[in-house]
Design a protein around this ligand. Structure first.
Ligand code: PEP
Ligand code: MG
Length: 876
């Protein structure tokens, strides 16, 4: 079996085998671009490595040795040859790019003898020893497990004794000293000499790269990005070219378009006299790529042409790494660039206009799940802002939170539900859990392609990089900006779109859609075949939803209207009423308020259907908490001057609260069960809906109310509730002299309703799948408790593929939906079907709904654009 491929043997479509990096190096080699030669050890070899108990099998080893011999032959150098040593880089590269998650080693092949050879060949001692110390540091960190900060400490000490600030100020003798102290450190830490045999170095490096597939940060990254664990990584071995040979050398990273905005312009950074990791690690702050034009005009022109060629070849924005060695350009990597949602949309739409890709292709290019970045909030322009510093706008969006200085604290506070902003000098892949937990990230060093910037963009989190005005003191846990001191726990806000760091918490506002985004969504609307509605409970949300393209309201939860501060006392009065008569008095007060609510929503949705659900939650949700009330009452009783009337009132309230307490409230007295036992509540709501409809109709406003009965499990419940609704509709028509249209339907959110959907359909004009409750009742998982108690672990350990409250469980809950569809439509072929649980805004669930004949999905207003795109993708 073939496990090792020379670059010239592969091509771009071999990502499965060669990994992304290997496949693209092969493709560039094939296209005749200046790529330093090398070979790729295939991902199969990594899988085989794990199968064989973490060893490289003889068969694979032989193929590596053979490829190495071929490489030596080709370039006319030999690994370990003191006169003319071959030096290589060893880089990981999986099928899906996992930036910075796995390991890389540069300058491999150096030892005490070859470093001399390198010095002589380059005529540059300083350079050779700089390479050697870099190699010792990287190799020791990755292969021998000696933490890199030990090395940093030594370097700092040497710089201090020499009285210099920058690495570039150190001379050959200084680097020699660094090298010998590094070797001493390795001896002390590993109780062995630093390996001098380049072949041993190579074998150990390959082993370490395979092992890095399973390091913790790679596992976390795969989990977040849903990359399968069993793919394995390829290993790329490539001859070194040196960007640190002097001022006619350099290294850089560039995107063919701006990865933040999508603007069609070469975008990136480079450093003169540096090696690749200097750019990415954010240790020195690089220059913008446009400045390369002045420093190396010929190289700039050549690079620009190659960039353009690569983009046309891949028909996508490229992220390119390059090195210049003594005035000659080399391409080290190209890949489809990671980008913000804003850039993804703009690049896709622009490429259609440029004739590079089709509309369908453009629609498939944008992952709906990242679009919420565009729908992110930004800072209210009217707000008073106290800008304390400005850095690079590395990832757009705005956020407020308390400052924390390390990833572990961010992670801990994040899990406690606190909003945090992670502030670091720079981030490394070790900080990833803190970045996940944070609302946003700020670094004081590093550029737009630094780790923090790349990772934050991928996560869709606001991020500011290279904010050099911040003087971060990690030990004192504070940051100083000019004369201001910000301590851990203080509030700050960041605006990743402009790079501004602000003091305190600032008001955020809703986003507006760009022209390209609208264009893409219009294309989506042309081809999608399932409607998108929104879940909205007030006129503002309804208007927002409509602006985002909602085709109606799929769920208006009326209980939210009961929770308004001024209404709670009346709602409580209704609940506490001892008799129906008393209850009706309270309901009469609520009626005009509800009618106003419905008028607002129905007119905001003029011409479109509005599904209004009658009261659903258990009534105790509107009452004070039992324990708190008990404490309050005890205090009143103990205090000698309490008002006895007040005490009696509180006692009555406490009794009522206790009476309403249930062991399983979500399975208790809620939904249509309330309507069955207190029909007067539903009557009031229905009258409010119909009076609103009649009233608007009289004003010439086109309204389409759809009354929805929640939590039905038996057809008789729906039959009785339907009679109530019809009776009230007739009464209102009579009383107002105004006819109006309406429909009556039910939620399918109890398994029994799905199982008996044929019977239920006889009483329903529509079904709306309440997949939040349907998931809860099908799994028997409490939707309020499961997440924190065990579901998190279930997902982490892959007991379940996803959280079923987010991603519809197609094989279980989905089967009930399919059954309800078939049974319902067999009785009533035109039965309208929709979904209004959270899943209505989730990509894979939307696809399921489309494939199973639902007429619409309904989701929160901010997810409407996402759903429009996902619905289009479902048809492609
Ligand atoms: C549902 O159960 O899916 C639903 C939409 O209703 P709620 O979330 O209000 O229970
Ligand atoms: Mg429900």
């Amino acid at each position: 079996k073939k496990y090792v491929y020379m670059f010239k043997e592969g091509h771009a479509d071999m990502k499965d085998v060669l990994g992304g990096k290997g496949a693209n190096l092969a493709e560039m080699t094939r296209a005749g671009l200046p790529v330093p030669p090398g070979f790729t050890i295939a991902t199969d070899a990594c899988r085989e490595f794990y199968r064989a108990g973490e060893t490289v099998t003889t068969e694979i080893q032989q193929q590596i040795d053979q490829a190495l011999a071929e490489l030596e032959e080709k370039v006319g150098k030999k690994l370990g040859d003191p006169a003319d040593p071959l030096l290589v880089s060893v880089r990981s590269g999986a099928k899906f790019s996992m930036p910075g998650m796995m390991d890389t080693i540069l300058n491999l092949g150096l030892n005490d003898a070859t470093v001399q050879g390198l010095a002589e060949l380059s005529g540059n001692d300083r350079f050779a020893y700089d390479c050697y110390r870099r190699f010792i540091q990287m190799f020791s960190d990755v292969v021998l497990g000696v933490d890199h900060y030990h090395f940093e400490n030594i370097l700092d000490q040497v710089k201090e004794t020499r009285g210099v600030k920058l690495d570039t100020d150190l001379q050959a003798e200084d680097w020699k000293e660094v090298v010998s102290r590094y070797k001493e450190l390795v001896r002390k830490e590993t109780r062995a000499e630093f390996p001098q045999d380049p072949k041993v170095q190579l074998d150990k490096a390959v082993h370490a790269v395979f092992k890095s597939w399973n390091n913790q940060r790679a596992q976390v990254y795969r989990r977040i990005n849903k990359i399968p664990d069993d793919l394995g990584t390829a290993v790329n071995i490539q001859i070194m070219v040196f960007g640190n040979l002097g001022d006619d050398s350099g290294t850089g990273v560039a995107f063919t378009r701006n990865p933040s905005t999508g603007e069609n312009e070469l975008y990136g950074e480079f450093l003169i006299n540096a090696q690749g990791e200097d750019v990415v690690a954010g240790i020195r702050t690089p220059q913008p790529i446009s400045a390369l034009k002045d420093v190396m005009p010929g190289i700039y022109q050549q690079f620009k042409e190659i960039a353009h060629r690569l983009e046309s070849r891949y028909k996508d924005m490229q992220d390119i790494e390059f090195t210049v060695e003594r005035g000659k350009l080399y391409m080290l990597q190209t890949r489809n660039g990671k980008r913000t949602a804003q850039a993804a949309v703009k690049v896709a739409v622009d490429m259609v206009k440029e004739g590079l890709i089709s509309k369908e292709e453009a629609l498939l290019r944008v992952d709906p799940n990242i679009l919420d970045q565009l729908l992110f909030r930004r800072i209210d322009p009217a707000a008073q802002l106290e800008v304390v510093a400005k850095g690079l706008p590395a990832s757009p969006g705005a956020a407020s939170g308390i400052v924390v200085f390390d990833a572990d604290t961010a992670d801990k506070l994040g899990h406690e539900g606190k909003k945090v902003i992670l502030v670091r000098p720079e981030t490394t892949p070790e900080d990833i859990h803190g970045m996940v937990a944070a609302q946003g990230i700020v670094t004081s060093r590093g550029g737009m392609t630094s780790h923090a910037a790349v990772v934050a963009r991928g996560m869709g989190k606001p991020c500011i990089c290279g904010c050099e005005a911040l003087r971060i003191d990690l030990r004192a846990k504070q940051v100083t900006v000019e004369d201001k001191v910000i301590k851990e726990g203080d509030w700050i806000s960041i605006d990743g779109g402009t790079g501004r760091v602000l003091l305190g918490e600032v008001p955020l506002i809703d986003p507006v859609l760009s022209a390209e985004f609208k264009q893409l969504l219009d294309w989506a609307d042309e081809i999608r075949k399932i409607d998108v509605r929104a879940n909205a409970d007030n006129p503002e949300d309804a208007a927002k939803a409509r602006e985002f393209g909602a085709q109606g309201i799929g769920l208006c939860r009326t209980e939210h209207m009961f929770m308004a501060l001024d209404r709670v006392p009346i709602v409580q009065e209704m609940i506490l009423a001892e008799t129906e008569e008393e209850r009706r008095i309270a309901l009469d007060k609520l009626l005009p308020m509800q009618q106003g609510d419905f008028e607002g929503i129905l007119s905001a949705m003029e011409g479109l259907p509005v599904t209004i659900r009658l009261l659903d939650p258990p009534l105790h949700e509107f009452l004070p908490n039992f324990e708190e009330l008990l404490v309050e009452l005890t205090k009143l009783r103990m205090s000698p001057d309490s008002d006895p009337v007040l005490i009696r009132e509180k006692e009555a309230l406490l009794r009522k609260v206790r009476a309403l307490q249930e062991f399983n409230p979500m399975l208790g007295h809620r939904g249509c069960r309330l309507g069955m036992t207190f029909p007067e509540i539903y009557e009031m709501q229905v009258v409010a809906i119909f009076r609103a409809a009649a009233n608007l109709k009289q004003k010439g406003i086109d309204v389409h109310p759809e009354v929805m009965i929640p939590l039905v499990g038996h057809v008789n419940e729906l039959r009785i509730m339907r009679e109530l609704v019809v009776e009230k509709a007739n009464e209102v028509m009579e009383e107002t002299g105004q006819a109006f249209e309406y429909t009556i339907g039910t939620m399918i959110e109890i398994p029994r309703a799905a199982l008996t959907a044929g019977e239920i359909a006889t009483e329903a004009d529509f079904f709306s799948f309440g997949t939040n409750d349907l998931t809860q009742t099908t799994f028997g998982f409490s939707r309020d408790d499961a997440e924190g108690k065990f579901l998190h672990q279930y997902v982490q350990h892959k007991v379940l593929p996803d959280n079923p409250f987010i991603v519809l469980d197609q094989s279980g809950v989905g089967k009930l939906i399919q059954m309800a569809e078939q049974l319902g439509r067999s009785v009533k072929p035109g039965l309208k079907l929709g979904i209004c649980g959270e899943h209505g805004g989730e990509k894979s669930s939307i696809e399921f709904c489309y494939k199973n004949g639902l007429n619409y999905v309904s989701c929160s207003p901010f997810r409407v654009p996402i759903a429009r795109l996902a619905a289009a993708q479902a048809t492609l």
